[in-house]
Design a protein around this ligand. Structure first.
Ligand SMILES: Nc1ncnc2c1ncn2[C@@H]1O[C@H](COP(=O)(O)OP(=O)(O)O)[C@@H](O)[C@H]1O
Ligand SMILES: [Mg+2]
Length: 377
């Protein structure tokens, strides 16, 4: 017995954000307090296998050269099976399965599908394992941009205009009957949004599959590009203005959530919007913290960020993103229940600027999870 808290940091995963998740793990594994925590770095390969990894932070950085992956840090052949009660069994070829022991808490540093969407949260609930962050419902609600907006708008937060394009609307469903009529109907609805529009997969992240469309002629290829990632697509009226983010943590001892100082995303000059390249690779993309907005607007962003967190019954942590228009209006864009934790990501930077440096931020997220009893939330 070491007396340390055993934390399984789970990263990688099956989504398009595998490399981003590896980069998030790289930052966390490099900063987590090893005197307090016994850390088990577990990767989920792109094919869904769970493997033990070296967790070497230096090999998990995101750069324009090679994308980091679980494969590149995997301990050869060491596959892991999660078992009831938080136990993890590791099997390697030609070896008797070895029990890695129980973990006290899982930190699912996974972004996107099969990670941030409630699926791994469901698996962990079924095995009775404690985990950090949002539960099944909040994760699913935060992942699906259609239901996210419905819940957020129902709570009275300002949301921009959008049209949902379902598979049935686009391809006419399995039978195809009436498909073209449906497609014309959604295309007409979209035209009413005005141009440009943003076309995005409903359940995506890291800007993968998103296109800014300037005219009707370019709409259909953009919908097809989004449909590669998700049969459901959202088309949104473009909002002019600055992108302002706010980091939220679950309150201590059941208290209300707490919001960080908001930050502005300053997108690299070479990018038209905050796309994948601008987010993770472009040197010119930075966070301006605090965001250069009036004090009253910053206070309102913090209030709305906490309201969004509560609207989906979020737990642990989240980053809530807004647009701040030239007229001073604040519009909700999205909530991320497992925000990026790369060195360039807003979540760790905004908390650091609010007085919570990364090692303490990690402590807070783990402590919040440890205080909960396993079971329905
Ligand atoms: N309605 C919109 N108006 C203006 N810009 C948008 C809009 N929707 C998305 N964007 C741009 O695309 C980026 C990614 O969109 P977002 O909805 O946040 O998807 P993701 O979940 O992939 O981050 C935003 O950060 C912003 O730069
Ligand atoms: Mg976003």
């Amino acid at each position: 017995m070491t007396g340390k808290v055993r934390v399984a940091v789970v990263f990688g995963g099956r989504s398009t954000e595998h490399a981003v998740s590896c980069a998030s793990a790289g930052l966390i594994l490099g900063a987590i307090d090893r005197d307090r925590y016994d850390v088990l770095p577990i990767g989920i390969a792109t094919d869904g296998r769970w493997v033990l990894t070296s967790g070497d932070p230096a090999r998990l950085a995101l750069s324009s050269g090679v994308s980091p992956s679980v494969e590149s840090v995997a301990v050869p052949g060491a596959e892991i099976t999660p078992r009831a009660g938080g136990a993890l069994i590791v099997t390697a070829p030609g070896e008797v399965p070895r029990d890695l022991g129980e973990v006290d808490v899982v930190l699912p540093l996974l972004h996107g599908t099969y990670g941030e969407d409630g699926t791994i949260q469901g698996l962990l609930e079924m095995t009775g394992t404690r985990y950090a962050g949002a539960g099944v419902f909040a994760s699913a609600a935060g992942m699906d941009k259609e239901y996210m907006k419905l819940v957020i708008a129902a709570r009275g937060l300002p949301v921009g205009r959008y049209v949902v394009v379902r598979d049935r609307d686009w391809s006419g469903g399995a039978g195809g009957a009436g498909g073209l009529g449906e497609r014309k109907r959604v295309l007409d609805e979209i035209a009413e949004l005005g141009w440009p529009v943003f076309v995005k997969p409903a359940r995506g992240g890291s800007s993968v599959g998103i296109t800014r469309v300037l005219s009707a002629a370019d709409l259909e290829p953009a919908v097809e590009a989004a449909r590669v990632h998700d049969p459901k697509v959202l088309v949104e009226a473009a909002v002019e203005g600055m992108e302002v983010e706010c980091a939220v943590l679950e309150g201590l001892d059941g208290g209300p959530p707490e919001a960080s100082v908001p930050g502005q995303v300053v997108v690299d000059q070479g990018s038209v919007f905050y796309d994948f390249q601008a987010k993770y690779l472009a040197a010119g993309t930075t966070m301006r913290i605090p965001a250069p907005i009036p004090a009253a607007a910053a206070a309102e962003v913090r209030r709305l960020a906490c309201a969004a967190f509560e609207a989906i019954s979020c737990e642990g942590l989240a980053r809530v993103d807004f647009f701040y228009t030239p007229a001073g209006q604040i519009l909700f864009n999205e909530i991320n229940t497992m925000p990026g934790m790369t060195p360039a990501s807003g979540f760790p930077l905004m908390w650091a600027a609010t007085g919570l440096p990364l090692p303490q931020l990690i402590d807070r997220i783990i402590e919040t999870a440890l205080r909960k009893r396993p079971g329905p939330r």
